[in-house]
Design a protein around this ligand. Structure first.
Ligand code: FRU
Length: 549
């Protein structure tokens, strides 16, 4: 039906059909970005036929679907070719390490390499005849040993370090370390890379990489495989929490001798502190793009509608628009995640609005035509007098328990309503809510309210978000990418991010609108500048010779 057809995105990565999940890293090789991902060629949900899909692109946006890279066809991956990492090694070799689900559902690690390194498309892959290269070591459960990642190469003894996520018997997340010279023979180190400070459970898709702490070094090559810890660098440890289904990161230091990661602040260790994304986003991986000297992040954004609708649509899950990752040199307490610059090349018609006063309790329609594929950049100012007049307010405010954009406070909520119908009975609200703490300081909450995003039943709807630093003299800034059934929002130029899947029933096709709103009771908010661009659809080609699943 029309409504479900409309939900397919215009510029996000989607296979032609069926289920996709974890990005299994990416690499730039001989002129192409290669993207690998968990893909089920046989259905719209995860099952034991999970495989590695493969696509190539010149710009991370327009994709060619290639034949699948890896399928479950050996005893050691009979129950699925699970996640892992594809890496271009500094010596020019390419290795894929992945977890296989064996016949008995033991998680083992396997090696695969391209058959022909001179083929820019890396069409053919061969699995090592010595697979599995690793089985769960003593003390580790058969189902707690997955997602290998070759993290660092030690030149002095020519050994690779490979990390693997797990958990200990007390339910603390741990990261095991192996060393290897040839990716065939491995040694388990007695120490671990990190053990979480709380019993957060199994760590999936562990990632570790450096970021530069000064702007001047930000764009230098920060390739983990060759980078040595030193001044001007911090390290990011990221893990996907199997219990909670969110991707957490911690900023910290990394010691090469002991091969350990130590968070700067134990109270915001991985699993309890910072998230890449406060909405729907999971099993992410970064890769180092040597072509543009940047680190790029991908995660998958699952469905929150019914399995029945997934079956009717014929597909499930999206990949977010790839995001560059930098350290925030202003706050020094978080990363900056931002859509890759290539997205800007998809911008077409632009509408610009300036200095629009938003009175308490008002909305303002942005006349932009059909509002289903948009890139919106907006900056707001809150009336100074209202801020000064506000004493302690909303000290305990929290996006997820707030009741959303309908709940009024003195200094918010204000922001945008996207994928809204004319009557606003369907809308996804992305907004700021400013409160004043007992210490007298202002706190800004950045929230995305899905509660009225769809009139359809059987959909999980939440209010997601977190606090976000707004520094002295800064405006409140939002960027929102709207693409049919996904809304990716960035606050304060990437300090906090929230992604939602939404399934409007009325705000679709030419009925989709976008509004500014201010639901504060006291403060006048000014939309200083709002830029709205329409975003072109990207094409996706099926490579000749691809056997349709
Ligand atoms: C994360 C995950 C990984 C696993 C893969 C299997 O979503 O559970 O830990 O390797 O999915 O598809």
């Amino acid at each position: 039906n029309d409504m479900l057809r409309w939900q397919r995105t215009g510029f996000h990565f989607q296979p032609e059909k069926n289920f996709q999940a974890d990005p299994n890293a990416a690499m730039f090789y001989k002129g192409w970005y290669h993207f690998f991902y968990q893909y089920n060629p046989t259905g719209v949900a995860w099952d034991y036929t999970i495989s590695w899909g493969h696509a190539v692109s010149k710009d991370l946006l327009h994709w060619n679907y290639l034949p699948m890279a890896l399928r479950p066809d050996h005893w050691y991956d009979r129950k699925g070719v699970w996640s892992g990492y594809s890496t271009l090694l500094p010596d020019g070799r390419i290795v894929v390490l992945y977890t296989g689900g064996t016949k008995e559902l033991v998680q083992v690690q396997n090696l695969a390499v391209p058959v022909n390194l001179s083929d820019p498309l890396l069409l053919e892959w061969k699995k090592s005849h010595v697979n599995p290269i690793l089985v769960p070591p003593p003390g580790i459960e058969d189902h707690d040993f997955r997602d290998p990642f070759p993290v660092w190469y030690n030149e002095s003894d020519s050994r690779w370090h490979v990390v693997i996520g797990s958990k200990d018997p007390e339910h603390y997340g741990i990261v095991l370390i192996y060393t290897t010279k040839d990716f065939v023979n491995f040694t388990l180190l007695p120490n671990i890379l990190h053990s979480t400070k709380q019993p957060v459970g199994m760590l999936e898709c562990v990632d570790l990489f450096p970021v530069a702490t000064t702007d001047s070094r930000a764009n230098q090559a920060l390739d983990m495989t060759t980078m040595r810890p030193g001044p001007g660098l911090k390290y990011v440890l990221k893990a996907s929490m199997d219990d909670e289904r969110h991707d957490y990161y911690a900023l910290g230091s990394f010691d090469l001798d002991s091969f350990t990661f130590t968070p700067d602040d134990e109270t915001i260790d991985v699993g309890i502190g910072l998230r890449y994304d406060w909405g729907k986003f999971y099993a992410s991986k970064t890769f180092y793009d040597q072509e543009k000297q940047r680190r790029v992040l991908w995660g998958y954004v699952g469905e929150v509608d019914s399995k029945r609708d997934d079956a009717l649509k014929g597909w499930a899950s999206l990949q977010n628009i790839p995001r560059t990752i930098l350290f925030d040199t202003k706050t020094k307490s978080n990363l900056i995640l931002w859509p890759v610059e290539e997205v800007e090349s998809l911008r077409t018609i632009n509408k610009n609005f300036n200095s629009i006063p938003l009175y308490p309790g008002s909305t303002y329609q942005l006349d932009v035509g059909e509002a289903t594929q948009l890139d919106i950049v907006a900056e707001f100012e809150v009336d100074e007098k209202a801020i000064e007049a506000t004493a302690e307010a909303d000290v305990t405010y929290n996006c997820s328990t707030s009741g959303g954009a309908a709940n009024r406070g003195v200094l918010g909520p204000f922001g945008l309503l996207v994928l809204a119908n004319q009557e606003l009975s369907e809308q996804t609200a992305t907004y700021f809510y400013v409160s004043r703490g007992i210490d007298g300081n202002l706190r800004t909450h950045f929230c995305q309210d899905e509660l009225r995003s769809s009139k359809a039943g059987a959909i999980t709807k939440r209010v997601v978000g977190s606090t976000v630093p707004v520094l002295h003299g800064e405006t409140w800034a939002l960027r929102i990418l709207v693409d049919h059934s996904i809304v990716e929002s960035f606050a304060q130029r990437g300090r906090a991010v929230a992604t939602s899947r939404v399934y409007p029933t009325e705000a679709i096709y030419s009925s989709a609108r976008v509004f500014l709103f201010n639901n504060a009771t006291d403060a006048i908010v000014t939309a200083k500048t709002v830029n709205v661009w329409h975003i072109n659809s990207t094409y996706n080609h099926v490579f000749p010779g691809l056997v349709a699943p």
